[in-house]
Design a protein around this ligand. Sequence first.
Ligand code: 5GP
Length: 116
Amino acid sequence: MAEETIFSKIIRQEIPTPLLYQDELVTAFRDISPQASSHILIIPNKLIPTINDVEHNDELALGRMITVAKKLAAEEGIDKKGYRLIMNCNEHGGQEVFHIHMHLVGGQPLGRMLSI
Ligand code: 5GP
């Protein structure tokens, strides 16, 4: 059984965080430490620790994360200029919170995809 992270408490609003979107599958809120002028996290309500733990029956939630990203990008006014969606996995991917999440970042030029 995977251990809950702070994100489960945000989903249940046990830690009050303004939500930009929530439905039966996903929740979205602003990153506490934004790396660009727009930086939103979109997460499945179900606790899935890493992308390696994704199962076929998670596909609806994973697809919803993309459609919610598109909707929020338009609401943020960053859709036309563009943005980046990022999902990190484990140590080399730089994952810090073990409840999968999609970063929606934009609002400024983001440079090259990787700086290693
Ligand atoms: P990762 O490195 O795992 O891909 O990204 C985790 C993200 O979660 C980081 O960008 C970090 O700033 C964000 N984060 C961590 N704790 C909190 C929190 O309590 N509230 C919010 N809104 N974001 C958080």
